[in-house]
Design a protein around this ligand. Sequence first.
Ligand SMILES: [Zn+2]
Length: 386
Amino acid sequence: MDATPPSPLPAPAAPHDVIHVFWHEGMLDHDAGFGVFDTGVDPGFLEVLDKHPENADRMRNMVSILRKGPLAPFVSWHSGRPAHLSELFSFHTSDYVEELVQANVAGHKDLGGGTFMNAGSWGAALLAAGTTISAMKHILDDNGKLAYALVRPPGHHAQPCRADGYCFLNNAGLAVQLALDSGCRKLAVIDTDVHYGNGTAEGFYHSDNVLTISLHMNHGSWGPTHPQSGSIDEVGEGSGFGYNLNIPLPNGTGDEGYAYAMNELVVPVVHKYEPDLVVLVVGQDSSAFDPNGRQCLTMAGYRNIGKVVRALADKHCNGRILIVQEGGYHVTYSAYCLHATLEGVLNLPAPLLPDPIAYYPEDKAFTVKVVDAIKRHWKESIPSMS
Ligand SMILES: [Zn+2]
């Protein structure tokens, strides 16, 4: 008789959260061309030109790291879909949509701000918009609490009547408007792309139903497509006064500086606002190695931002977060930083993926002074914060 005790059954895997990722490979068809960085121009001096920084390779790596990286068991994949033209009018003017339609018919148009429409671009832009709307609807229909719209071309610079900064349609803005039209009363949009989310801000500038917060480098206006400055004085108008909060951070702000800005500025105002839903607008161009930004976040910093936003959503929104992809132009590190952000949003107890290149030094002293000054300014100029 065999006295060996039966081997115990394997312990059931602990239930864990899932991120619902919405994606469609048709978004790879947008090709913004070659030139000197994002100019689209070849003056003829160079043997090797850059791909436009907003290229399909960056997205291929983001898809790849979520499929093959250690986060893969936490991801549920969903197919995106193109937006219908009629859906665009909730955020964009009909004249602007017509301009885009005509540019697509013409086959090429330089819309300014590094934004180039070529064959394939319009189809990709419609997919980015529709896919983000689908991700939001997934949350609104109670099919999941965490959804991520993995989309390009990006959207947060696209204003109601204007393209800008590689963006044609404001993907996040369209999703926010859908949530409002579906009965949400208050949404908080937290934008950590290194550039000012001027398009989203513009779309809700007169509304207190959407609290738009943008942390960005202090780049100011960059021309007619981007007249907004992103300064601390652009705080919304009318009933929206006090509901657009800009946090321009000094160049070189790193993980600790961003953590300080999140804890001292973002967390208190979101607690006060008590949103129904949080939209985390992510751009990995605030990383230490991005060609388009001069901030110094590493994977640890992105992971922390994800955790902070998750805690806010758990407290106020039953954990509901829509994450929308924006910039992020280092073709490999952007994917790693995305992975870290989602680890944070999932509130995982330990990092799943080590940082392959975090070696940039950081000094948060100046950032702390800037953040403290912004806090004082808000208290002095926005009555609801005094
Ligand atoms: Zn950006």
